[in-house]
Ligand binder design. Structure first.
Ligand code: ZN
Ligand code: ZN
Length: 264
């Protein structure tokens, strides 16, 4: 299984989850043309995807959902609250996932997270073929015990590292927005992300991708440095990178075709 972030942050989010045989998208806050271009960077055509999972209804995650799912006939999945918050044109054909579901050879579990949306969720993908597990969580104010439990022992971890707490506090945001971002239903700081990585890391952890970095209150180097400084031995063996805002990030993990080629 490989994971590729195609867009990340308040300007739009989209993440490809690719087991080789099954390809799905998580969120689509970008339009079809941009999405198609970015998928092409990693050798994938939109027609190869079968579904899109929506973590929550905020526009940076859902702006493109109606268009891309209609254009390429993808199934749309989300929690009941998230589906309720989608555009009317897509709401009636979206599938509500109470807790878990399966698409092709991927098992998908939805975990409720605290964020100021209807019913936001994080996702764990398990590849039936290889046994690999990937956890994806962005837009959450704080990790919960249930999230730590669900993500414990994942091979691939994509976690929000939205802001540096000092940059947010001393930065240009108006005070109501600073409070919203830093609140328990806002966004994770670099320090919170670091503690979460440490809490779920086992010897299985191979790669960490930091998501949804603020353009104003964080930078990739600040986020990566804070994480490297904070994590302990178990997590330190994993590769670490920050997702790019408006371009595909380097894939983490590997798809089955690559795994098979390596095995020959
Ligand atoms: Zn967001
Ligand atoms: Zn959000």
């Amino acid at each position: 299984m490989r994971i590729v972030s195609l867009a990340s942050g308040s300007s739009g989010n989209a993440i490809l989850v690719d087991s080789g045989a099954t390809k799905v998208l998580v969120d689509c806050g970008i339009g079809p043309r941009t999405l198609k271009q970015r998928l092409a960077f990693v050798g994938v055509t939109p027609e190869e995807l079968s579904a899109v999972f929506v973590t929550h209804e905020h526009v940076d995650h859902s702006r493109g959902i109606a268009q891309v799912s209609a254009k390429w006939k993808w199934s749309v999945f989300g929690s009941a609250g998230t589906v309720r918050g989608l555009d009317a044109e897509v709401r009636h054909r979206a599938h509500v996932v109470p807790r878990d579901t399966r698409v092709g050879d991927l098992d998908i579990e939805l975990i409720r997270v605290p964020h100021d949306a209807n019913e936001p969720t994080a996702l764990v993908f398990s590849d039936r073929g290889t046994g690999m597990r990937a956890g994806l969580a962005h837009d959450l104010g704080e990790p919960t015990d249930a999230l730590v439990k669900a993500f414990c022992g994942v091979d691939l971890l994509c976690i929000e590292a939205n802001h540096d707490a000092t940059m947010l506090r001393e930065g240009p945001y108006p005070s109501y927005l600073k409070h919203r971002v830093a609140s328990a239903t806002g966004h994770l700081s670099n320090e919170q992300a670091t503690a979460f990585i440490d809490a779920v890391a086992t010897s299985a952890l191979r790669a960490v991708l930091l998501l949804h970095l603020s353009e104003v209150n964080n930078t990739p180097s600040v986020a990566c440095a804070a994480t490297k400084r904070g994590i302990t031995r178990r997590a330190r063996r994993a590769s670490l990178a920050a997702a790019v805002r408006k371009a595909p990030s380097a894939p983490i993990g590997s798809c089955r075709a690559t795994q098979m080629a390596l095995a020959l």
